[in-house]
Design a protein around this ligand. Structure first.
Ligand code: G2I
Length: 449
């Protein structure tokens, strides 16, 4: 915690300073998740949207995770919207960002029933044409990133809930052999990438995961190149399957890696501290299951911030499914992930080394006051910031400028506006707010994150 105080009266200031200097921080700051994960030989990844990889989003994606999965950018519909006309811009951007930040990339996904271009889904194809289309697509896309991707979700969501094959373009046209064919084509295009089959609702032991298990067993027996199984893990708060670790272990025992590839844990909105605590316990349970099995390569979250999650639009009334809130503040789930990876549960924000925040009351009247926070850097810089504090006497922010402020109970969180996220070395940024008070208006300690 780095804080400074200023304001009146002087006696209160001195008292607060003493309190600040003696109060232990709530969490000792942990190293980033990626360092904790690396020390355990695990991957901690996130799905990302290429256009958002700047500012706070980019800072956190780069600093906290050692693996990125393009959330949509590598899907067939994204890369070849018109037959023979390709758009690799977002996929390339994500791969370049990952390499610049020393991160792995998980390619997602080559053969799926969804997010295909309409020219493909609306076409009428013979089996041999379909086979050629699939082989060519895999050769082109996997070949483009040859040697640069750690893994590919080669086949996605091949099964129905009852364990029968899903009737897709591929299954209907080519039969179940399309899976072996896709894996073989991917291996030929990039022998170094780990080749996965990925699905949802296969986290616990059930009919669907058992069908997947039997498929992997038979592919291994036939010598088809299959390196791993992806458990998507789009879960609901309080409903982590009790057989998760057992299920991971049974796949590992077949001689393949396992990865949790799309973890999110949704809740009915609005979130509250009870739901967030349960969610943290659920994130920890998933992490623990992966940490416990040597062949579990790691866990990827399907978006790290609630502002970049597919849940609210697909499940109206639900959300808050990721480890960071919409303002990029780490939630209890973030700290739970850190703890499962051996940390003490602190940290989570971008580095604020060399920068401090000073809170001042600049004017005060019978029921209201104007406050100001100045963020100054000396020996450090910020490209985005968040200043947070807890009011001690029921004060309430009513209006803010030069920052976006939210208050929940006594806790206030203010993030930079679009135009003042940068604080250069030797520079400062100030934002202000009006608030209400009664009785007393003590100065809070400001934490910078
Ligand atoms: O549906 C959740 C995931 C289930 N497993 C496979 C994943 O690939 C899938 O990801 C989601 C993306 O996170 C969403 O972002 O796949 C959805 C499509 O099935 C993606 O949603 C689409 C929207 O439906 C489109 O309207 C939108 O244009 O995202 C597109 C890009 O933002």
């Amino acid at each position: 915690m780095r804080s400074l105080r200023s304001g009146l009266p002087l006696a209160a200031l001195v008292t607060c300073l003493v309190t600040l200097l003696t109060a232990p921080p709530a969490h000792a700051a942990d190293p980033p998740l990626r360092d904790l994960a690396a020390a355990k030989g695990k991957v901690i990844g996130t799905a990302v949207t290429g256009s958002k990889l700047t500012g706070t989003y980019g800072d956190i994606a780069g600093a906290q995770f050692n693996s990125l999965t393009p959330g949509n950018a590598m899907k067939w519909g994204s890369v070849e919207p018109t037959r023979g006309s390709f758009n690799w811009a977002e996929a390339d951007q994500i791969v370049n960002f990952a390499e610049a930040h020393g991160q792995q990339v998980r390619g997602h996904t080559l053969v799926w029933h969804s997010q295909n271009p309409s020219w493909l889904t609306n076409g009428t194809w013979t089996a041999s044409q379909l086979s050629q289309l699939m082989n060519d697509h895999i050769a082109l896309e996997v070949g483009r990133y040859k040697g640069r991707l750690a893994a590919w979700d080669v086949v996605n969501e091949a099964f129905n809930e009852d364990g029968t094959y899903r009737p897709t373009l591929w299954y209907n046209g080519l039969g179940s052999g399309y899976i072996a064919q896709a894996l073989t084509a991917a291996r030929a295009a990039d022998p170094a990438a780990k080749l996965y089959i990925n699905d949802y609702n296969v986290e616990g032991v059930n009919a669907k995961s058992t069908a997947l298990y039997n498929l992997v067993k038979s592919l291994k027996a036939q010598g088809v190149p299959i390196d791993g199984v992806g458990l998507q893990a789009h879960l609901i708060v309080g409903q982590v399957p009790s057989t998760l670790q057992q299920n991971i272990q049974r796949f590992a025992d077949l001689g393949v890696d396992v990865a949790v590839t799309e973890l999110d844990i949704r809740m009915t909105l609005p979130s509250d501290s009870t739901k967030l605590a349960q969610q943290a316990a659920d994130y920890k349970a998933v992490m623990n299951a992966c940490v416990a099995v040597t062949r579990c390569a790691g866990v990827t979250v399907w978006g790290f911030t609630d502002s970049d999650s597919w849940i609210p639009s697909t499940f109206p009334g639900q959300g808050a499914a990721t480890p960071y809130d919409e303002n990029y503040a780490p939630k209890p789930a973030y700290h739970a992930i850190a703890e499962a990876l051996g940390g003490s549960g602190g940290g989570g924000g971008p580095s604020t080394d060399g920068c401090t925040a000073a809170y001042a009351v600049t004017s005060q009247w019978n029921t209201g006051f104007t406050g100001q926070v100045t963020i100054s850097c000396s020996g450090g810089t910020l490209s985005s910031w968040r200043a947070a504090w807890t009011f001690g006497a029921g004060q309430q922010v009513t209006q803010a400028w030069n920052a976006t402020c939210t208050q929940s109970g006594a806790a206030v969180s203010c993030s930079n506006a679009s135009y003042n996220g940068t604080v250069p070395d030797g520079g400062s940024v100030t934002f202000g707010f009006n608030g209400s008070w009664s009785g007393s208006n003590p100065l809070p300690a400001v934490e910078l994150g």
